[in-house]
Design a binder for this molecule. Structure first.
Ligand SMILES: [Ca+2]
Ligand SMILES: [Ca+2]
Length: 407
C-alpha cells in the first residue's frame, strides 16, 4: 500500500503566554498534516475538497477547516473526521470516489509536543439512502434433467432510505465483461463507464411506482408461476412488480404477463430474437442505475459504442461495447464464482469486493442458490435497514435459499 503524503507536521503553538483557570487557550493547528492511507487495495492519485471537521467532545462544537489551512482550536479533546473527493487507482484503472476517515481522541493541548505525526485510514463512502440490491437469484432452479431452469431468476431491490422512493426510470444493468475472464483491455473503461450486456429501464413518469422505506420490489425475466411450468421447487413470480418481456416473432420465446409492467429494452447485446435472463454462471456483475431526466430511449440510442482491444494468445482482438456512465449507478454488485474469479468489473467506488451464488459453479453446484444482502439490527419499531459498506464480499450472504422460495 502506497501512502499519500501531504506533509507530516502539525505545529501546536501556544497563543497565550500563560494558562489560567477559565481562560480559553487557543492552540494553532496546522492541518497541512497527517499521512492519509488510501482505501484498502487502492492508491490515491489526487485529492480535492479535502476538509477536516474538529468536534470538541465537551461542547460538541464543530470547526470545519479546509485541509492545509491553519486553525485555532481551544484546548480539549476532539473527534476529528475528514472527507475528500479522491481520484483513486487500483490494479485495473483510475476512478473517482468520495472518501472519509475518522481520527478520534485528537488532543489539542499546549503541553503536547509541537511535532505531531499520525496515519489515518480512509474508506470509500457508499451511496447510502437510496435503493440497494437486496438479492440476486441468477443461478436458476434445477429442472427434471438437473440442469438449469433459467426463467424463474429474479432480483430484489430494497428502499434503504427513510423516504418513499420511486422505481420509475430505475434500470437493471448486466455487464458484458465477466469476472472469470480478464485481458489487458485497452482502454479499460471501468473507471468511468459500465460496459453493457443489457440495459432494461422501468417505465414511469417519475411517481408511478412508489416504494415505501424498508420495502422492496421484484424485477424478473418472466412473471409467471414457474412451479406450474418447472414443478415444485421453482418460484412463483406471478406477483412480481416488474418483468422483462422480449418481443419476438416467435410467440413461444417469452411470455408477457399483462398484469405486470414491463421494463423497456434500452439496450441488449443479445440477438433481436433472443429472450434475456440473468447469466446463470453468475460471472457477470449486476447493478441498478437511475436514468437521468434528460435521457430518453431515443437520446440514449444516439450514444456511440466505445472501442477497445486486447491481446489473446498473441492476436489483437478489437471489440466495441455499449455503455452507461458510472455516475448513473446507484448500487452495483460484482459477481463471480470464487474458484473462477479473475477481477472485479466494477471499481471500488461501486463495489470493493465480489460475491457468488456458490464458491464453485462446476457440477451445477450453484443451482437453486441466491446471494442475499445482510440486514442490520434494527431498533424496536424502527425501519429495517440493510448493510452497505460498498463491499459485497462483506455485505452479502452467499449460497442462500432464494427468499421467494422459502416463503
Ligand atoms: Ca422475459
Ligand atoms: Ca408484462
Amino acid at each position: 500500500m502506497k501512502k499519500f503524503l501531504l506533509s507530516v507536521v502539525v505545529a501546536l503553538v501556544c497563543f497565550a503566554s500563560c494558562k489560567e483557570d477559565d481562560e480559553v487557550v487557543l492552540v494553532s493547528v496546522d492541518t497541512s498534516a497527517f499521512t492519509i492511507l488510501p482505501p484498502n487495495g487502492t492508491e490515491i492519485v489526487s485529492l480535492d475538497e479535502a476538509r477536516l471537521t474538529f468536534k470538541e467532545m465537551k461542547s460538541l462544537r464543530e470547526t470545519v477547516v479546509l485541509w492545509g489551512e491553519e486553525v485555532k482550536l481551544a484546548e480539549g479533546l476532539y473527534d476529528c473526521s475528514y472527507e475528500a473527493k479522491a481520484v483513486l487507482k487500483d490494479e485495473h484503472s483510475e476512478f473517482e470516489a468520495d472518501i472519509y476517515g475518522k481520527y478520534p481522541d485528537f488532543i489539542v493541548s499546549v503541553d503536547l509536543p509541537a511535532l505531531f505525526e499520525t496515519e489515518v485510514a480512509t474508506y470509500i463512502r457508499p451511496k447510502n439512502n437510496d435503493f440497494l440490491i437486496e438479492e440476486i437469484y441468477c443461478a436458476g432452479t434445477p429442472n427434471a434433467k438437473g440442469t438449469a431452469y433459467v426463467a424463474d431468476t429474479y432480483m430484489k431491490v430494497f428502499n434503504n432510505s427513510d423516504d418513499v422512493l420511486y422505481a420509475d426510470r430505475l434500470a437493471l444493468v448486466e455487464t458484458m465483461f465477466t469476472g472469470d475472464t480478464y485481458f489487458d483491455y485497452i482502454p479499460n473503461p471501468r473507471g468511468t463507464k459500465v460496459n453493457l450486456r443489457v440495459l432494461y429501464v422501468i417505465p414511469g413518469s417519475g411517481t408511478d411506482y412508489p416504494i415505501n422505506p424498508g420495502q422492496s420490489f421484484i424485477i424478473c425475466s418472466q412473471a409467471q408461476d414457474h412451479s406450474l411450468i418447472n414443478g415444485e421447487g421453482s418460484i412463483n413470480l406471478s406477483d412480481a412488480d416488474f418483468e422483462i418481456f422480449d418481443e419476438s416473432s416467435s410467440s413461444s420465446l417469452d411470455i408477457d404477463n399483462p398484469s405486470v409492467p414491463n421494463a423497456e429494452k434500452w439496450y441488449s447485446s443479445l440477438a433481436a430474437t433472443a429472450a434475456w435472463t440473468f447469466t446463470t454462471q453468475g460471472n457477470r456483475s449486476i447493478a441498478i442505475a437511475r436514468i437521468p431526466e434528460s435521457e430518453t430511449i431515443e437520446s440514449y440510442a444516439l450514444y456511440e459504442p466505445y472501442e477497445y482491444s486486447y491481446v489473446n494468445t498473441g492476436k489483437t482482438m478489437t471489440r466495441s461495447a455499449y455503455w452507461i456512465p458510472n455516475d448513473w449507478i446507484i448500487d452495483g454488485v460484482n459477481m463471480c464464482p470464487k474458484d473462477k474469479w479473475k477481477w472485479n468489473i466494477f471499481p471500488a467506488s461501486i463495489d470493493a469486493g465480489y460475491t457468488y451464488s456458490n464458491e464453485t459453479n462446476t457440477n451445477r453446484a450453484q443451482l437453486g442458490l441466491s446471494v442475499i444482502r445482510k440486514s442490520l439490527d434494527s431498533s424496536e419499531g424502527g425501519l429495517r435497514k440493510l448493510q452497505d459498506t460498498n463491499d459485497s464480499s462483506a455485505d452479502f450472504l452467499t449460497a442462500q435459499t432464494p427468499t421467494l422460495l422459502s416463503k
